[in-house]
Design a protein around this ligand. Sequence first.
Ligand SMILES: Nc1ncnc2c1ncn2[C@@H]1O[C@H](COP(=O)(O)OP(=O)(O)O)[C@@H](O)[C@H]1O
Ligand SMILES: [Mg+2]
Length: 714
Amino acid sequence: MFHFARCSRLTRGTVTSDRLLSSHKTRDFLFQHLNRRGNHSAPWSSSQIPSTQLTVGVPVLRVWRQAQKLLRLTSRQQPRPPSIALKFILGPAALTVTARLLGPSAHCEADVNNNKVPLEVQVKEKIPEFSWAVLWEFVRPQLFALMGAILLAFGAAALNIQIPLMLGDLVNVVARHMREQAGHYMRDIQAPAVKLLGLYALQGLLTSGYIILLSRVGERVAADMRTTLFTSLLRQDIAFFDANKTGQLVNRLTSDIQEFKSSFKLVISQGLRSATQTVGCFVSLYFISPKLTGLTVVVLPCLVGAGALIGSFLRKLSRKAQEQVAKATGVADEALGNVRTVRAFAMEDRELEMYAAEVQKSAAMNETLGTGIAVFQGLSNIVLNCIVLGTIFAGGSLMARDDLSPGDLMSFLVASQTVQRSLASISILFGQMVRGMSAGARVFEYLALDPSVPLTGGGRIPLDSLMGRVDFMNISFSYPTRPGNQILKHFSLTLPPCKTVAIVGESGGGKSTVAALLERFYDPSSGVVMLDGLDIRTLDPSWLRGHVIGFISQEPVLFGTSVMENIRFGKPSATDAEVVSAAKQANAHNFITGFADGYNTVVGERGVTLSGGQKQRIAIARALVKNPSILILDEATSALDAESERVVQEALDRATTGRTVLIIAHRLSTIQAADLICVMSNGRIVEAGTHLELLSKGGLYAELIKRQRSNGHK
Ligand SMILES: Nc1ncnc2c1ncn2[C@@H]1O[C@H](COP(=O)(O)OP(=O)(O)O)[C@@H](O)[C@H]1O
Ligand SMILES: [Mg+2]
């Protein structure tokens, strides 16, 4: 039953032959005394003390010296009541631990002070909550592996406690042989050596087993989380992406999940070991001296309270300092990100001033935090040292009453040190766990979020009976991110089947918003958008976007794959011939075949290796390959130079025949042939008619035409 007390000290670190011997002797020494626990009359023979001094490990040696001195003292003095002295026992451990437990960020962030602080801390007040239920959903499929890992890890920890004891036995044999020079060495050593070898092998097996299982669980849970989160992100409303920065979303997929995974693995593997040791040592402490342990338990809550207080204070300080660092980083980020603008306005000094001011503030805050931590650490050290003192005082008084033998006191000191170390490592782990949990919470936050516009589900109109008539009926709309700002006000418009309708008007007037509503990127606040007389909210959005509507915007975005794959993005099932035919319609075939790799040419990230006109024509091919009934052209040529515009316009003219087309344009030359031209102002249509009708009307359209002509447009 005293195993824990002995082994806990012996389990630390690699056992070199030197230490091995010393451990063994200590153990022998302890053992003598432990065995005499029942009859405390055992005299403390002075010859034993030096041998112990020489051989035990450094901390124990120190403790032992102090103990000796104190014991000499206490033997001369009257024993003091243990109650006062015991207040110090184990206090520091508890203090350190609780502060870490309750203020984990203070510890881990004290030296962080870097740029990793997420900027969202500044922006978002809402802190996502960690959900065990969600974690359970991810862990459940890996439950067997996890249980296996836990069992193996526990087994490895238990063996870790046993191995040093076995080593002791082995050394016993060696020592006996050295002392007595008798017996058969090989025969005597065989049994413990084989046993030890077996234990080594088993321990190694268990260790690799639990690491394999744990990393399997960790990786699978992380992969599952990544795909689930990505699925969840992909189906969010467009409004969600208006409100969240892409960088932060990607961060959740990468670093947050990474952080979660490593914390998860660490907490399980090291947590188990430290917990096993702590419990083991507490048990042995109890067996050594229930009184001393009992008193410790009484003192513990006070120290827990004190630690919690200081911990939460430090945590608050640390959070504020972190926020300040983030603020400074934000200033730098903005200045560097917009360095051309800064340079163009010669604002370098101003930016520097702003940055320096923020940095200084953060330095001051971190200094305060540093001082706080320093005082805290200093206090813990004092209390920590008082443990030894307190234990010896209290133990001494118990010894004087014959309640405790010197060996017991020694064992108690050793075991309580192990408890301290284990608790300290648990407290560090706890900090890691809190970090892991907040990373997990950030991952889970978006899993539960349901988009208001689903990706799929709803009715479909058979494509052969689809007319392609669109009605915007009395639409009012404001963007979810700016609810107070109404963009469309009782907007009504009909796109007749196979006709081309153009919308013109001032920039920011809401033209693109109309297109976004037809794509069902957003739902209107009031009013309905209808396709062939059916509310598009009743139709399947994926069918609507994938088969009915082709959308070409001002700045086409291509993916960094081949031309072929980019065009096929419009219709994954398209054959090569269909892709080529779409490219021909889009006036793109010629330039594509001009590339050395033809359709297999990789276009670079976002299509950077192509010119604007080329990109736009590939985008047109991408829209045409799905043979959409409705085509939306949102300023499709306005980013192009005159020559590219001509080629693209040619492609567009060809593409629009036989479809319902909505053209949005501010360059009026491109829409003169439209069947209907609508002029938008202030969120509604103020004029409608053909080019000639509107010209003769002499209203807003005529005014726009006049202005553009005088500005040099045709
Ligand atoms: N995603 C968005 N979130 C919030 N407001 C937006 C968003 N997109 C556009 N707006 C605002 O809506 C108004 C109309 O924009 P838009 O329809 O793009 O105008 P147009 O295409 O006519 O130039 C503008 O004031 C713009 O600032
Ligand atoms: Mg626009």
